[in-house]
Design a protein. Sequence first.
Length: 416
Amino acid sequence: MRYSAWQVIKQGLNGHSGWQAAFRDPEPKTDYDVIIVGGGGHGLATAWYLASVHGITKTAVLEKGWLGSGNIGRNTTIIRSNYLLPDNEPFYELSLQLWEGLEQDINYNAMVSQRGILNLAHSDAQVDAYARRGNAMHLAGAGGQLLDTAGVRKRVPFLNFDDARFPIKGGLWQERAGTVRHDAVAWGYARAADSRGVDVIQNCEVTGIRREGGRVVGVDTSRGQINAPKIAICVAGNSSRVMSMVDQRLPIESHVLQAFVSEGLKPTIPGVVTYGAGHFYISQSDKGGLVYGGDIDGYNSYAQRGNLPTVEDVAEGGLSLMPMIGRAKMLRSWGGIMDMSMDGSPFIDKTDIPGLYFNGGWCYGGFKATPGSGYCYAHLIATDTPHTVATGYRLNRFRTGHPVDERGAGAQPNLH
Ligand SMILES: Cc1cc2nc3c(=O)[nH]c(=O)nc-3n(C[C@H](O)[C@H](O)[C@H](O)COP(=O)(O)OP(=O)(O)OC[C@H]3O[C@@H](n4cnc5c(N)ncnc54)[C@H](O)[C@@H]3O)c2cc1C
């Protein structure tokens, strides 16, 4: 069924009785060409681009829970391509361009909203660093504009300009950045992949990876054995757990990150705003809730919930930046498991085991990467060569001395 304005009117007149299920609920088959482990945003996007770009449709996406149960349905929905390093900026710019055409590509309303992002600077050195980053963005065609204090005040007058401990010196503005309805991304990619014949199988946990003669040949799951010559791992916060099934250790640690939503308010915050003197980012959802977050909880965990010290820390960051939100009530909070890599950058690579591919280490910036990651991972799986914008995301980069350390924080995952 093709979604359109005409369908909305027609189904509305029929009491909405004619909508079909968005995707099938298939039983697993015994054999596929490709098995994707993990039905998060990246796994589902990979299945779609394998089908739509490379014509590979005999694919199964195996998800241990329900679609949207992982980080794809837990993030603060921010998309952007305002990176500095040549290994990152072209990749994230490709991803942003894919976001811009996504809804037409998959015929699904994911509420892609390019409302802009403003990274605030609180010292002269930070302004210089943003000027450098803005130049790198322009070289990659990503746009970007450096604002002075007056320019920031014009866009977001409700910030604390007058008695702030860290005065606002300016900001880096990317107009094409914004937010996307996160779980709609999972449903949209699932529906599109399903329409090309991909089996999206929920409640199917991978419990083992089978090998014969050194090659992977299939997986053991909670719903039986499934075979394929190519297996693509894409399980975000569970990366280390799943790769331990083939005795592979990863340069990844799992940490908790929390997100928060306030009660619904009248439109206040026009785009995404990030605090440069602490760690705090905020936007306003179309329903009116302020959606915000900050640092990871900072300890290793596989629990999808966080602790109160971080709630307090995030609230402090928000209040010092925009004291007016102190009067809003927080309605909900939740946590997700972050696959924090040693340099803060991801991996899209083949492993040393023939037929086994790995995608992970997205830290807490992987939502914006969803289309780019799926596109490049599909390219790798189909052609066995990395996509040109993802050549830096190799698993052996620490061994060869080529880390991609955007933040310059060194090999300490909880700092990225
Ligand atoms: C609170 C929070 C805020 C965030 N904010 C942002 C943001 O604003 N912008 C941004 O760019 N990024 C953000 N992120 C990060 C982003 O959400 C993640 O990097 C990204 O979603 C990870 O990729 P994914 O969607 O494939 O992961 P997931 O949705 O977690 O998908 C992985 C899937 O693998 C499944 N799985 C695990 N083990 C197995 C197994 N053995 N068998 C089968 N399936 C398995 C899991 O159930 C899960 O559904 C945020 C994350 C969180 C938690």
